[in-house]
Design a binder for this molecule. Structure first.
Ligand code: GUN
Length: 292
């Protein structure tokens, strides 16, 4: 079993991004600029956005955070999105999800200029991804591709089973792993909560991508010996053992699955760190006008 080490790979890629950001600054006199909008006080969202902002500073990007109380109206939020769309100093805009119930996430996502949609959630970017056209790939799937690349894992001809069909991870991941590319060229099965024989499906996998959001959902009896296991889960539980007061668990029962796998990502220290790298790379690509 080999660990797919998100800390090691993300730090290595960030050094490269920092060099490219410095080059961009010397050529243009400005830094790549990411703006995040955070609504409410969800603990997970607070942590993720803080980490995104911190990592921007680390690689020499400018970052701005706009915070709103959970009582903000949809109209106010849409106005802010339009204002940022029109600001030439901004390269990337993300609105952290989930949003409060009275705000339609589809409306907000579609209001973001696709050219600044570095989360890759806008239907135009998702549509372009389906057609293999230049686009922003959603940050978590992008991070997973970068991780597989970093370990020279050739996925050609493999059977990839994705567990979970979210717009953010499972659905785009299934498309990317089936594309005529490497990583890619897989036969893909996309499983979800209504899949009848989930265990039998997962047992067929050469690569398992677990994005369900349930602690220890993938158990050792669901894993074929030698499978590659990518754990996207970030399940937070309060804990007295840690300084932060919470502990993170993946969607995979790491302790029992790891000995059966050929490669596996830990939680924390795996996919989560690569998601940030995906976001930074998309922001740099936007600044350099590489996609649009
Ligand atoms: N919520 C969970 N993951 C993400 C993400 O990658 N981007 C945004 N905007 N919200 C999220």
């Amino acid at each position: 079993m080999q660990l797919l080490d998100g800390k090691y790979v993300s730090e290595k890629v960030k050094v490269q991004i920092a060099e490219e950001a410095a080059q961009f600054l010397s050529e243009t006199g400005r830094k790549p600029h990411l703006v995040a909008i955070l609504v409410g006080n969800d603990g997970g969202s607070e942590t993720y956005v803080a980490s995104k902002m911190k990592n921007c500073e680390k690689v020499g990007f400018k970052s701005s955070l706009y915070r709103y109380d959970s009582t903000v109206t949809e109209a106010e939020l849409l106005d802010k999105v339009r204002e940022i769309n029109a600001d030439d100093d901004v390269d990337g805009l993300i609105v952290q999800l989930p949003l409060p119930k009275h705000i339609d996430p589809e409306k907000v996502t579609e209001a973001i200029d696709p050219k600044k949609d570095v989360d890759g959630f806008h239907p135009i970017n998702l549509g372009r991804m389906m057609r293999n056209l230049p686009c922003y790939i959603p940050a978590t799937p992008y991070g997973i591709l970068l991780m597989l690349q970093a370990y020279d894992i050739d996925t050609t001809g493999m059977h990839c089973v994705v567990v979970g069909r979210s717009n953010i991870v499972g659905s785009p991941m299934s498309v990317l792993m089936a594309r005529n590319a490497n990583p890619g060229n897989c036969t893909v099965t996309l499983t979800h909560s209504k899949t009848k024989d989930l265990k039998e499906q997962v047992l067929q996998a050469d690569i398992i991508i677990a994005a369900i959001g349930k602690k220890n959902f993938i158990t050792a009896d669901m894993v074929k010996p030698g499978a590659i296991v990518i754990d996207v889960g970030i399940n937070r539980e309060t804990s007295t053992e840690t300084k932060s007061g919470y502990k993170l668990y993946g969607d995979v029962d790491f302790e029992n699955v790891a000995p059966k796998s050929s490669y596996i990502t830990p939680v924390p220290g795996g996919v989560g760190l690569m998601t940030i790298v995906g976001l930074l790379k998309n922001t740099l690509a936007s600044a350099r006008k590489e996609i649009y």
